[in-house]
Design a protein around this ligand. Structure first.
Ligand SMILES: Nc1ncnc2c1ncn2[C@@H]1O[C@H](COP(=O)(O)OP(=O)(O)OP(=O)(O)O)[C@@H](O)[C@H]1O
Ligand SMILES: C[C@@](O)(CCO)CC(=O)[O-]
Ligand SMILES: [Mg+2]
Length: 423
């Protein structure tokens, strides 16, 4: 009998030790992956809004970036932390609740390698869960890419002003998509050395995904922009993905500009918040209602963008005659600003104030991005000294505007690090 008792107990304790051991064993080897990503904001030099109507636009990446940390967690939830978003803080969404949303099954069937926009039924279910467009974008992209297989925690932080025309939503979407694709090792390239290296267990720093993966990131980010902007052209997510400077049309997509002249820009934030989605819709409706009036304006803005590209080429062919370039660009800045403000109706008194204050310093400014407030860019001259820049900044500050000199042509999306951390 004693023997029976001993065998029974020892097998129990063996079982217990075995199970605890297995759990600890798994914890050691079931490490949780963490990806850190960053993506730039952007300024549009010429062609905003006209690009939505199919015309040419020129944009460049900014040194201001959004950062995201995406990591696997054991809890079966999507845990979002948004310290930059007023009154949001952090929230959790259970994977099982998300899987029960109306029309989730159709999302589950979407091929991760064939980016498609969120269908109306699922978007409607998301909007009942969350009214903030940015969160709806996170919920959709997480659901469609992860297939709710695993819990993750996402933390965003950015030095881009939000809703100011500097592409904060695009950099937000690009970071989100890049982080989730990397975390779940979803590779358009099938896992080439360049992408695999990024996910090597030894960790990595400052890596750029391969061209096929960048295109997948760009196209899924556009689906997030559609939730936030309504009918985005795609230029914002393209610049945030690829960086540098590029020209863009909806028909032909983007073309990287091999070389951009050393333009000096001062960015001024009117601090007037506005909705890019509403502004874009208003221009589309105005174009629909008055095609014979608005289409010629769009064509003229298209010409301005193309003339700018010509002027860039001329600069490099004319042994870098920056003064000639400056005069040409200043004229186009005045024209584009007037057309956006007077004809497209996306100006704002604060943007006109920036233009008028700049004129006092013999400098030229235009709105950038969706307008209606947000930011303007001022083209500084090569000869504009720091005292003049500071005097201009003070004059702008008197109107409540905040301005800073920006470097243009920054890097696109970067995987800052990829590490495996045991829990
Ligand atoms: N760091 C962030 N944290 C949380 N939400 C963000 C962050 N950055 C952007 N967003 C989301 O993007 C929205 C702003 O996007 P919106 O397109 O209106 O402006 P923008 O992208 O800054 O300007 P534009 O599109 O004219 O270049 C915010 O309201 C928020 O929902
Ligand atoms: C206003 C717009 O042209 C740029 C917004 O940054 C809209 C778009 O192209 O998606
Ligand atoms: Mg945006």
């Amino acid at each position: 009998m004693w023997l029976v008792w001993f065998v029974f107990n020892s097998s129990l304790s063996f079982n217990l030790i075995f199970q605890v051991g297995i759990l600890d064993f798994c914890k050691i080897f079931y490490s949780m992956k963490q990806i850190k990503v960053s993506a730039p904001g952007k300024v549009i030099l010429f062609g905003e809004h006209a690009v939505v109507l199919g015309k040419t636009s020129i944009a460049t990446a900014l040194s201001l970036r959004t950062n995201a940390t995406v990591e696997q967690i054991e809890e079966p939830v999507l845990h979002i932390l948004l310290p930059d978003l007023k009154d949001f803080g952090e929230r959790k969404y259970s994977l099982s609740d998300l899987s029960k949303l109306n029309s989730y099954n159709s999302i589950n069937e979407i091929d991760c390698f064939v980016p498609r926009e969120c269908n109306a039924e699922f978007l409607d279910a998301l909007s009942q869960l969350e009214s903030i467009k940015g969160i709806q974008s996170v919920l959709f992209l997480f659901s469609v890419l992860s297939k709710l297989k695993h819990g993750i925690k996402i933390h965003f932080s950015s030095n881009l002003p939000m809703g100011a025309g500097l592409g904060s939503s695009a950099s937000f979407n690009v970071c989100l998509v890049t982080g989730i694709l990397s975390l779940f090792e979803i590779y358009a390239c099938g896992g080439c050395d360049q992408c695999k290296k990024i996910n090597s267990s030894s960790g990595t720093t400052n890596n750029v995904p391969c061209s096929k993966q960048l295109e997948l990131i760009n196209q899924w980010s556009l689906q997030g922009e559609k939730i936030m902007h309504g009918t985005p052209s795609g230029i914002d997510n393209a610049v945030s993905t690829y960086g540098s400077a590029l020209t863009f049309t909806r028909k032909d997509g983007f073309k990287n500009l091999e070389r951009i002249p050393p333009l000096r820009l001062l960015i001024t934030d009117t601090r007037v918040s506005r909705s890019t989605k509403v502004l874009v819709e208003n221009v589309i409706n105005r174009h629909k209602q008055y095609p014979s009036l608005i289409e010629p304006v769009a064509v003229l803005i298209d010409t301005i963008s193309k003339e700018c590209l010509q002027a860039f080429d001329q600069y490099f062919n004319d042994h870098n005659d920056i003064n000639q370039l400056q005069k040409t660009i200043e004229l186009m800045i005045d024209m584009n600003h007037s057309l956006l403000s007077g004809c497209f109706g996306v100006g704002h008194s604060t943007l006109d104030m920036i233009a008028s204050v700049s004129k006092r310093f013999d400098l030229h400014s235009k709105l950038t991005g969706a307008g209606g407030g947000g930011c303007a860019i001022t083209l500084l001259k090569p000869s504009t000294d720091s005292e003049t820049v500071n005097n201009l900044k003070s004059a702008l500050k008197e109107h409540g505007f905040e301005s800073w000199e920006a470097t243009i042509g920054g890097q696109g999306v970067i995987i800052e690090s990829s590490t495996n951390s045991s829990n």
